[in-house]
Ligand binder design. Structure first.
Ligand SMILES: Nc1ncnc2c1ncn2[C@@H]1O[C@H](COP(=O)(O)OP(=O)(O)O)[C@@H](O)[C@H]1O
Ligand SMILES: [Mg+2]
Length: 257
């Protein structure tokens, strides 16, 4: 297994190609995602950022006509082998989407859903699990008196936090986030960013963002994608101040995208 500065990657792709039918959406992508850090995936619209993110928990599997070759590893093990348990994979590698998508259930039931399915907690512990997960996202104090309220009655920011709590409740290791702040106002965005900075001490986070300031503020590593290719990946500070590839330089200086 390749190391990044002595650290074993949490996630890795090697020479990954992905096709939607005849369309070549990911081209020879080799990337390593460091554990317990935030990796930002940036690039113009349509360049394969969401596709790459979905590769990591096999969310593309459900799309007809998808073909993929190359390797995708979690902790050094292929996640596309015949004996991969997809339910277990998605429990370890959870995903948060652009629009908060809580279930049309109560706050409590949203967070309890995963532990019930995975039978992580008996009913006595379930309450503690829900409380702990809501505390981790800073929702507990606001919502402890409203656990039976509909999740759909919450503000967009609270809904996004709830979706993160719902993930944390199944004790994942990796959080994949696809533009999780794009439906939020700047204050809510800053609060979610703050939360991600806390969560990275325990979890590996890969976040797609088309907000370059956000990538610069919160990420440790940045990967720049263009037309299905991984153009450059490295320490965020280096990518933003001393990009190695002229295409990265053009993008971050705002000349296109
Ligand atoms: N389900 C799909 N079927 C066919 N083409 C798709 C599908 N999803 C995405 N694509 C195409 O793959 C390319 C990359 O899409 P995507 O990963 O969503 O890009 P990004 O997240 O960077 O905007 C785009 O050209 C898009 O049109
Ligand atoms: Mg996308």
């Amino acid at each position: 297994m390749r190391d990044i500065k002595g650290v074993t990657p949490k996630l890795e792709t090697r020479a990954l190609d992905l096709f939607y039918g005849h369309f070549h959406a990911l081209k020879q992508v080799s990337v390593s995602i460091r554990p317990r850090a935030i990796t930002a995936i940036i690039g113009p619209s349509g360049c394969g950022k969401s596709t790459l993110l979905r590769v990591f928990n096999r969310m593309n599997d459900t799309i007809p006509g998808v073909r993929l070759s190359g390797e995708v590893l979690l902790d050094g093990q292929s996640i596309y082998s015949r004996n991969t348990d997809i339910q277990r994979l998605r429990k370890k590698v959870g995903m948060v989407f652009q629009r908060p998508n809580p279930f049309p259930l109560s706050v409590f039931e949203n967070v309890a859903y995963g532990p019930k399915i995975h039978r992580l907690a008996n009913s006595g512990d379930l309450h503690e699990q829900v409380e702990a997960s809501l505390k981790q996202t800073g929702l507990w104090d606001d919502l402890k008196g409203r656990l039976n309220a509909s999740a759909l009655s919450l503000s967009p920011e609270q809904q996004q936090r709830l979706c993160i709590s719902r993930l944390l409740a199944v004790e994942p290791e990796v959080l994949l986030m696809d533009e999780p702040c794009s439906a939020l106002d700047p204050i809510a965005t800053a609060q979610i960013e703050e939360l991600l900075m806390q969560l990275k001490t325990q979890y590996t986070i890969a976040i797609v963002t088309h907000n370059m300031q956000q990538a610069a503020r919160i990420s440790d590593e940045t990967a720049y994608m263009l037309l299905g290719e991984l153009v450059e990946v490295g320490q965020t500070n280096a990518v933003f101040t001393r990009p190695r590839d002229p295409r990265t330089e053009q993008y971050i200086s705002g000349r296109f995208g």
